[in-house]
Design a protein around this ligand. Structure first.
Ligand code: ADP
Ligand code: SF4
Length: 688
């Protein structure tokens, strides 16, 4: 069944003493669960094994209590207490023949040790280099500390092997991990045999790998994960030095795994980074070593994967986000079901789960991290329990997800959309600068629905309560979306502000409808995610002079969690936009706006020709309210349930809407759980 063009992706590849069944390599990725939600993370990896990955890794696993990255929640291999969870993960990974990899991390200058309260250790005396600017410094390791560090690694190697892992990977990428801190001349200012020349800076890596061989012999492969470039200019660990390192120690590890640079660069969003973005940095490195090479690039195109392997750029196709969005990516390529691939849209909502220490979610794969908690599966749905029919109203991400998933259950589904095109907000937003990949949310679902004989789509069908009652469906999902507010209400202003009718005021909906302000435009962003900055970019492209006003300290401040904030602010500045932070919007007058300092309330005037309000949204729940007002008539029309789904219920990011649609389908015929939690969880066992 497989297209022979893709055969090369399914060749087995040797990694030292072990062999991967194919070239699909799920690189380590966080999931916001870590040590807190271990069974949830294990089951997530099991589903990937089912989906055909050849190698599946854990997230980073902290090897010793003297280095941890609280508040972020990863895994740990500190003592026997950690073993059952790690073993469960390895078993899950093995369930369908994948090799289990464990990423061993000693965070060094990146571990503030807020939980263990140990003094952090690093190559040199340095402040802790975290996202959170913790008021902590690391102490420069002395020789005894380095001996201890080697000993702690040995304990971790033994435990990792005992827990069942096949590949032990030392983490030194993304600016995280003591290995990178030793390799980089910026963080290693030592004058002993561990500092100075590249050979000296690589000494620790060499010692740790030879210790690993002594400990595990040929029972496990030893890999190393490094950044292709520290992205710190010539004073950092550059791509040229990395190539020198690989040439110098070509046979040292059993596998070289290369990440892009910083985490922000490696996990770049589609707004800022195309697929395969690290190609120039990695090309030619494979020729320096006989050992297999892994690289990443948000790969979802089988053709690009094949090309990179055939051109000798990669041996393994590394993937984190594409494996999250579609755990069955390898299987779908193997079975020649390319059109069924649920492509990652590069939004980094998954990353926000880690950054907010919650549980990761995925815009495209709503079952991600719900595999164990709720028993959800990315490909399968439970069979329908009744012969009832379902009407889904609105074909945005929520309605499309609901219709697709209810259809998978075997129910008869009608999907009614007021407009002529499917996709709701994603159809509109994917036309904005940098967001074209977001259209994949629609494309995947619309494509799947088109193949289902039990799901019928009706466009140009704006339904009223009268229509709905007349149709006689037993279940109705109202997924009618939301619209942007025009009264200034969001976080800074909880009440409407004074707006002069003489000033042209636009909402994001107006701009997406094609209306354009002109002259000097104030874009007021009290939403704090992507919309404000994207519209500012669009208006600059349209020839406007733009002032970006926000009550937050940084532009698009929530996008810190998607690793985009710095890039967004830089792009605004580079586009010539006047970025004014810490300024709330107090009023809109005929000739300009009144801004107020977020701290002092001191007011200032900004003259302008138009204002774009990127504030809160209001659910479009009129149809739902009309239906509930006529609840007494439902039984006569055979109607049993009406549910609000997605933005029509409460506006949020797209991932919330796809999740709501999926949840609607899962719970359509579920018994009422009363006061029971709607998910499983694990609570720490109490000790004496
Ligand atoms: P969500 O993110 O919750 O899916 P969207 O705003 O993206 O919400 O999509 C809502 C969709 O619902 C839009 O495509 C809109 O045209 C459609 N819609 C709104 N009201 C009606 C209605 N009364 N009948 C049919 N479709 C509707
Ligand atoms: Fe891709 Fe977005 Fe899903 Fe992350 S959340 S895997 S970036 S679609």
């Amino acid at each position: 069944m497989r297209d022979p063009r893709y055969d090369i992706l399914f060749e087995p590849v040797r990694i030292g003493p072990v062999t991967a069944k194919n070239r699909f390599y799920q690189v380590p990725h966080c999931n916001g669960g870590g040590y807190r939600d271990q069974s949830a993370a294990a089951e997530m990896r099991r589903v990937k094994s089912e989906g055909g990955w050849g190698v599946i890794f854990t997230e980073q696993v902290e090897i010793h209590h003297t280095s941890e990255i609280t508040p972020f929640i990863e895994l740990r291999i500190w003592d026997e207490d950690d073993m059952p969870g790690l073993a469960r993960m390895a078993d899950a990974i093995h369930s369908n023949g994948a090799l289990a990899g464990i990423e061993l991390a000693y965070s060094g200058a990146n571990g503030p040790n807020l939980y263990t309260r140990e003094v952090p250790l690093a190559p040199s005396h340095l402040p802790i280099l975290t996202f959170t600017s913790d008021p902590v410094q690391a102490r420069a390791m002395d020789k005894q500390d380095i001996r201890n560090l080697r000993h702690w690694h040995k304990l971790a190697y033994r435990r990792a092997r005992r827990a069942g892992y096949d590949i032990l990977c030392l983490y030194g990428a993304h600016g995280f991990g003591v290995i990178q801190h030793f390799l980089s001349p910026r963080t290693n200012q030592r004058t002993d045999e561990y500092g100075g020349s590249l050979e000296n800076r690589a000494r620790l890596l060499k010692e740790l790998i030879s210790d690993a061989r002594d400990e595990v012999g040929d029972t496990c492969a030893i890999a190393v994960r490094l950044s292709l470039d520290e992205m710190a200019g010539p004073t950092g660990f550059t791509n040229a030095e990395l190539r020198d390192l690989v040439a110098m120690h070509a046979e040292l590890p059993d596998l070289w795994d290369f990440a892009h640079g910083t985490w922000e660069a490696c996990s770049g969003t589609s707004r800022f980074k195309p697929e395969g973005a690290q190609e120039d940095l990695i090309r030619g490195i494979k020729q320096l070593t006989p050992k297999p090479v892994v690289g990443v690039g948000r790969f979802t195109s089988a053709d690009m994967m094949v090309r990179q392997v055939k051109q000798g750029i990669l041996d393994f196709v590394g993937a984190a986000r594409p494996s999250i969005a579609d755990p069955f990516l390898p299987k779908k390529i193997d079975e020649n079901r390319i059109e069924d691939i649920r492509e990652c849209i590069g939004c980094n909502i998954c990353v926000t789960g880690d950054m907010t220490m919650s549980l990761s979610r995925c815009t495209q794969n709503s079952s991600f991290m719900e595999e164990w908690r709720k028993g959800w599966h990315p490909e399968r749905m439970p069979a329908k329990k009744t012969d009832t029919r379902v009407l889904v109203i609105g074909a945005g991400p929520a309605g499309l997800s609901a219709a697709h998933r209810v259809g998978l259950r075997g129910y008869e589904v009608a999907l009614a959309e007021a407009g002529t095109e499917l996709g709701g907000r994603v159809a509109r937003e994917c036309r904005l600068p940098g967001l074209s990949a977001w259209g994949r949310v629609r494309d995947y679902r619309a494509g799947q629905i088109a193949k289902m004989t039990n799901v019928n789509v009706y466009r140009d069908s704006r339904l009223t309560a009268e229509d709905v009652l007349g149709f006689g469906f037993e279940h109705v999902a109202v997924a009618t979306g939301a619209t942007w507010r025009r009264d200034g209400i969001a976080r800074y202003n909880l009440l409407p502000i004074a707006i002069s009718p003489a000033m042209p005021v636009f909402s994001p909906d107006d701009i997406m409808d094609g209306k354009r302000p002109s002259g000097h435009v104030v874009v007021y962003d009290d939403d704090h995610y992507y919309m404000g900055s994207v519209l500012a970019e669009l208006l600059v492209q349209a020839g406007c002079r733009v002032t970006f006003l926000t009550p937050a300290a940084r532009a698009a401040e929530w996008s810190f969690n998607t690793l985009e904030q710095g890039l967004i602010q830089a792009r605004l500045i580079e586009s010539g936009i006047d970025v004014r932070t810490n300024r709330g919007l107090a009023a809109i007058a005929a000739g300009g706006v009144t801004a107020a300092c977020s701290y002092t309330g001191r007011e200032s005037e900004i003259a302008c020709d138009a204002v774009v309000l990127v504030t809160a949204r209001l659910p479009e729940d009129g149809l739902y309210l009309d239906l509930t007002a006529r609840a007494a008539e439902w039984a006569d029309h055979g109607l049993r349930s009406v549910k609000l789904v997605g933005d029509a219920n409460a506006p949020a990011a797209i991932a919330w809407a796809t999740y709501a649609g999926h949840r609607y389908a899962e719970e359509l015929d579920a018994p009422d759980r009363g006061d029971a939690l709607p998910f499983r969880r694990e609570v720490a066992t109490l000790k004496d």
